[in-house]
Ligand binder design. Sequence first.
Ligand code: FDA
Length: 507
Amino acid sequence: YIPNPTIAHDSSKSFIHCLTKKSIPPWLIHTRSSSSYTSILKSSIRNPKFLNTAASTTPLCIVTAKKTSHIQAAVVCGRRHRVRVRARSGGHDYEGLSYRAEDRREQFAVVDLSEMRSVRVDAADGTAWVQSGATLGELYHAIWSHEPGLGFPAGVCPTVGVGGHFSGGGFGMLQRKHGLAVDHVVNATLVDARGDLLDRDAMGEDLFWAIRGGGGGGSFGIVVSWHIKLVPVPATVTVFDVARTPEHGAIDVLTKWQEIAPRMPEDIMVRVIAEPHRVTFEGMYLGTCDELLPLMHHQFPDLAMIRGDCNEMRWIESIPYIHLGSNATVADILNRSSISRVNTKNRSDYVRNTIPNHIWKKIFTMLQQVTNLGEFQMYIDPYGAKISSIHESATPFPHREGVLYNIQYITYWNGDANGTLALKWSRDLYKFMEPHVSKNPREAYANYRDLDLGRNKVVNGISSYHYARVWGKRYFRHNFERLATVKAKVDPDDYFRNEQSIPPLFK
Ligand code: FDA
């Protein structure tokens, strides 16, 4: 790690002294001089470009909390000794903001929640309490072990942490049938900026609204646990991957897909993974192949799907199958480090009007230039049905009615952590896409965090609403102002702050 020379050592010493006085056992406090510090810091860093960079600073200590009182102690001591606290659940933040700060003067500690990951399922009631440190894989597995007829609509990758994921919305293969993860949160417990533990009643409806997708990670407090309503899943689901090359009609099928996929019945989700030389139509249907085939032939004949494309399985088996491959087992979704760690840069867009065929052809010409620089994928997720039917102000996540699909652009590269050429290329593509995607604002998904959209500017000790609007409106549209108003009410001193946290708006 890069030691930060400007850190006031007295302040950090008194912060750590305060933690021990508040009964956090010393073996849960990992300071920069502890032998455990580096391995714990790195344990959930998913993007190696953040392992070694002089452009940011690392925490002065990491608290591996085991109980809620440890989180409360970290916040109370942090306030008292001017050390900010960042929560880390699964460490997947695309900009690494759960464990690094860009401003090298920033004094902060990380509260790592990976030891707080219990899942209590009440199958009779169809609900569960899940702690933020659980991964999605652990959540799905626990639900399935209690009641195979229940599931939960959240992300595709099993190593993603519940805490960060729910803080920004959370979507995956069940989004068209059931919407987002946060559409199913019925209660939560949160440690606020005073160190108090609040449930839904105690926090009030405004704050409860804000943490369901508007946290943007660490703006309002640290969410300890979430009470969620589970959803029914059928005994059999059918998963398929149909791949086409651009030379064999993939671009024409993709052009048609834009009109069809967002309007299909809610039981079917067909997403697209576009790569320079291959387009994969990856789908999940909540039912059998016999039911799916006539539906696909009627609604999407251009895909020319055949029986051999169908893979019938239980819903829980679809989780490893889709993310880890056909040889992976259900037990593999419990492995917290199953994803490979490569340098990536992620951006996102929302599309409200279909993109013409000739533009897609140009996009693929651009994609084919990238092969020398690294690798590139576009994950294109269709909206419509349930995810789009919920009012845009029901939760802070605003990308609802009228959205056809979300695009995630992922640029991968090896070697040079700066990835200069690959990044320049991905910026050029993002610029090229501008006229073809949503406008005023050009929308982006908060969970696909992108600091190129803008960073907070601190004015008189408080993050400025004026500057934050630039990125905030893109993640939250009209909900951004309400989020900032809630922030002013619950954390007027802007204690929970990062490069893209919600700033307070004082009326
Ligand atoms: P991490 O611990 O890094 O936290 C992210 C942010 O939330 C940070 O700002 C952090 O401080 C804050 N935070 C964490 N825990 C908190 C808590 N308990 N209370 C308050 N704030 C907290 N998204 C999606 O919708 N669908 C998908 O399928 C996928 N798939 C996917 C795959 C892979 C490989 C990656 C790297 C990412 C995704 N994502 C995704 C995006 C993912 O939802 C997003 O990065 C989440 O913020 C990750 O949550 P973690 O807890 O893992 O991150």
